[in-house]
Design a protein around this ligand. Sequence first.
Ligand SMILES: Cc1cc2nc3c(=O)[nH]c(=O)nc-3n(C[C@H](O)[C@H](O)[C@H](O)COP(=O)(O)O)c2cc1C
Length: 191
Amino acid sequence: MSSVKTAQTSHKVLDLIKERWSPRSYSAQPVTEEEVLTILEGASWAPSANNSQPWRYVYALAGTPGFDKLYAALMPGNQPWAKNAAALVLSIGIKELPDLEQKNHYYAHDTGMSNAFLLLQADSMGINGHVMAGFHKQQIAESLELPATEEPLVIIALGRRDDAEKLEEPYKSRELAPRTRKPLSEFTKQV
Ligand SMILES: Cc1cc2nc3c(=O)[nH]c(=O)nc-3n(C[C@H](O)[C@H](O)[C@H](O)COP(=O)(O)O)c2cc1C
């Protein structure tokens, strides 16, 4: 199970966390709508400020016009590999608190929490996600007629990861590179 991508940790971190990584090579095996809905239900159990759940998800399975619409908005650096994803999921943050035309200062934080749950739920099912901020937000907002209160935050590619050899450079090298993180001492401190 362990691979070059397995997180090298100094403490006993969950295997689910250690083995999650963002692939670019996806197999042709489809994901079903049931699987996507399971993943999104997992996401919905993330905590959020006042349980406001300031997120919305628009998803599309490969081979559908919806997939083409989300795919068309991706930046050129993401399109060459994301074309093989089995599904694309647009994660949208809701900027205002429900019923209060008031800014929710935590919408991006909470939607990020939900996306993290999404990735772990997916990984637990053998479906691997790759988050992308590299897409044309205005284009998506217009094509989906999103209200001004909703902000497209990221598009997440989903699918089952496959052989790195299927990728062209520079993606192949990235697929084979070990994952790194700052040492704990650099971002933690006891007071
Ligand atoms: C908000 C956000 C935006 C990202 N945008 C992109 C992107 O546009 N293209 C891409 O290939 N990866 C993107 N990534 C993936 C990161 O590069 C990746 O998570 C990071 O390098 C750590 O690698 P790992 O997820 O395999 O541990 C994004 C990740 C996040 C959380």
